[in-house]
Design a protein around this ligand. Structure first.
Ligand SMILES: NC(=O)c1ccc[n+]([C@@H]2O[C@H](COP(=O)([O-])OP(=O)(O)OC[C@H]3O[C@@H](n4cnc5c(N)ncnc54)[C@H](OP(=O)(O)O)[C@@H]3O)[C@@H](O)[C@H]2O)c1
Length: 115
């Protein structure tokens, strides 16, 4: 049976863990070529290997989506690798744990690297 996303190209940001990792694996299982982006190269490469070992196509891109140049680079590098972009899963993000009342702008803008 034909897979639903055969020939499609997807970008998944925040694909080194959690929902993004699971989404990238699911898209690849349906036939999509997936560009996976996050900051932690080790985690990202492990996800890419997992997808490739299952017969899928994955292209890891180490990038911080909070940096506009790096965010744009994810798209450009994906187009260079896979020719186009059909799907964007803009998943990268963190949960802010503090009180909004009294938070300052730099706290809200900072995105700590996970361990
Ligand atoms: N899980 C929930 O219950 C829930 C609820 C509401 C909303 N969400 C949202 O759903 C998304 C995924 O959640 P999750 O639970 O899967 O989170 P997670 O397990 O903490 O994963 C977050 C992913 O985002 C990446 N990331 C974070 N900041 C980044 C940055 N600046 N640039 C590039 N990648 C970045 C992380 O990779 P690196 O650290 O390697 O960069 C990681 O791959 C997040 O946006 C979260 O806010 C989740």
């Amino acid at each position: 049976m034909a897979r639903k996303l055969e020939g499609k190209v997807a970008i998944v940001t925040g694909a080194s863990a959690g929902i993004g990792e699971a989404t990238a694996i699911a898209l690849a299982a349906e036939g999509a070529k997936v560009a996976i982006a996050a900051r932690r190269s080790g985690h990202l490469n492990a996800v890419a290997e997992r997808i490739k070992n299952s017969g899928g196509q994955a292209f890891p891109i180490v990038a911080d989506v909070a940096n506009e140049i790096q965010a744009r680079d994810i798209v450009e590098r994906t187009k260079a690798e896979f020719s186009c972009v059909d799907i964007l899963v803009n998943n990268a993000g963190v949960a802010y744990q503090g009180e909004i009342d009294g938070a300052n702008t730099s706290e809200l803008e900072s995105i700590p690297t996970q361990m």
